[in-house]
Design a protein around this ligand. Sequence first.
Ligand code: FES
Length: 198
Amino acid sequence: MADEPTAAVTAPADTAATAAQAPPAAAELPANEGFEPEIIVFACHYCAYAAADLAGSMRLQYPSNIRMIKLPCTGKLEVIHLLRALEAGADGVYAAGCLEGECHYLKGNLWAKKRVGYVKKLLEEIGVDPGRVEMYNMSSAMGPQFAETARDFTARIRGLGPNPVRPRAGFTAHEVVLKQMGDLAMPDDSASDTPSGS
Ligand code: FES
């Protein structure tokens, strides 16, 4: 995977994926030159994971900083998983679930939204920017929005700088989290965690 992230496609603004909290525009963020964040994405396989596949099929480019963990539903994501991802050294973490009202398990994405909100509060209390964690919703047809969300969140985390918790020597945060998730994480049966064009 290339070190330099790529960004080539701009999705129409009126079709952007919804976010619990809109990320600041990249242009407003200070530059952290040379910093390439590691970002963990907990993606529902019905929507965000499929949207990533679609983005790949459409040859849309998004940053190679994004590392996916495929879940049967974001409702499987617990507070501890989000915290462990940060503890493992991820610079940013987000959950990407189905559009509200379209979760295949009815309320899984709403539970994920609540858990992300709870982690934001916890981070704020300990002096860590809550913007390092986010919740997004999208459908499987939103390949361009998946790519746009990945670019926007990566720009946000670049602006925030490195996670003060450093990754364990010899392991990426993605490797550590994947191992911790065990059977909760679905097998990665596609190349969707490898961004198109990187
Ligand atoms: Fe996609 Fe629940 S099935 S978030």
